[in-house]
Design a protein. Structure first.
Length: 291
């Protein structure tokens, strides 16, 4: 169910509020362009700065608009286990197909704390759980041994979004967790190598603005046509880089505005990209053939 190009959706804002019309249109755009799955209110969706009510409304709208055409993996992470459990339970009630749960940030739990945290979330409902391993933002790494323990304790923990940037982890996790454990890249620029090691796709930021290219890229990788996939990679590399030249999701929201998809509005402490980065993104969009 979870493979290919899965978009970590931005959350469109207008005058400080969630722009429901733009969000609904954006979901339709994603599905029509071939995106294989949707992640509402992940960190790219500015989950740290949306309210709980907004979070629930965004998940509900995404499920409703997607209408079963592609799977919806709802963001349901927090550095508070109780809050993460509540978000996971809501995702189940809303009709999501799975949840994405990030490793707790700031409070820096050890491996036993991580095990108990994710076990509590997975045990609270029966949806498939994708772990989100992103040490650059959360400071902690979910070690492979902990993932094995979690997989054994909670069969509904089915995969990982890996933003460690380590290619070796993919092969090591396949050895430890089996080939049926869903490994998804969490970093667009390394998705090519990630899939070569046995990954099944990418939870992508770039696919917000290049969904057709990202979907075709992942299809070619699944078919083993790495030569053709590299041609798309070469088109997208400048965009992968430019979108993260300043803190995300400011870059991808600027690109979305440039393409007429939604406003570039972000919430503090994220600020709009500088004029220098706007020019870099414009050049990258042109290089990819998107403008």
């Amino acid at each position: 169910m979870f493979n290919g190009s899965i978009t970590a959706l931005i959350t469109p804002f207008s005058n400080g509020s969630v722009d429901e019309k733009a969000f609904g249109d954006f979901i339709e755009f994603q599905i029509n362009e071939g995106t294989n799955g949707l992640v509402p209110v992940g960190t790219t969706g500015e989950s740290p700065t949306v309210s709980h009510d907004e979070h629930r409304a965004i998940v509900s709208q995404c499920v409703e608009v997607a209408a079963g055409r592609v799977p919806v993996i709802a963001g349901a992470g927090s550095n508070s286990t109780r809050e993460a459990v509540a978000l996971a339970k809501f995702a189940r009630e809303a009709g999501a197909d799975g949840i994405l749960s990030v490793s707790p940030y700031y409070n820096k739990p050890g491996q036993e704390g991580l095990f108990q945290h994710f076990k509590a979330i997975a045990s609270s409902m029966d949806l498939p759980v994708i772990l989100y391993n992103i040490p650059a933002r959360s400071i902690v790494t979910i070690e492979i041994e902990t993932m094995v323990r979690l997989r054994e304790a909670c069969p509904n923990i089915v995969g990982v979004k890996d933003a460690t940037t380590s290619m070796s982890r993919v092969s090591c996790e396949r050895q430890a967790l089996g080939h049926d454990f869903v490994q998804l890249s969490g970093e667009d620029i390394t998705a090519l190598g990630y899939n070569a090691h046995g990954g099944r796709g990418c939870i992508s930021v770039t696919s917000n603005v290049a969904p057709a290219l990202c979907s075709k890229f992942q299809k070619l990788l699944a078919e083993g046509d790495f030569t053709a996939a590299r041609k798309i990679q070469d088109k997208l590399v400048p965009l992968h880089v430019a979108l993260f030249a300043e803190p995300s999701p400011a870059g991808v929201k600027y690109a979305a505005r440039k393409l007429g998809l939604c406003s570039a509005e972000v919430r503090l402490p994220i600020v709009p990209v500088s004029a220098k980065i706007e020019a870099q993104i414009d050049a990258a969009l042109a290089h990819a053939g998107l403008i």
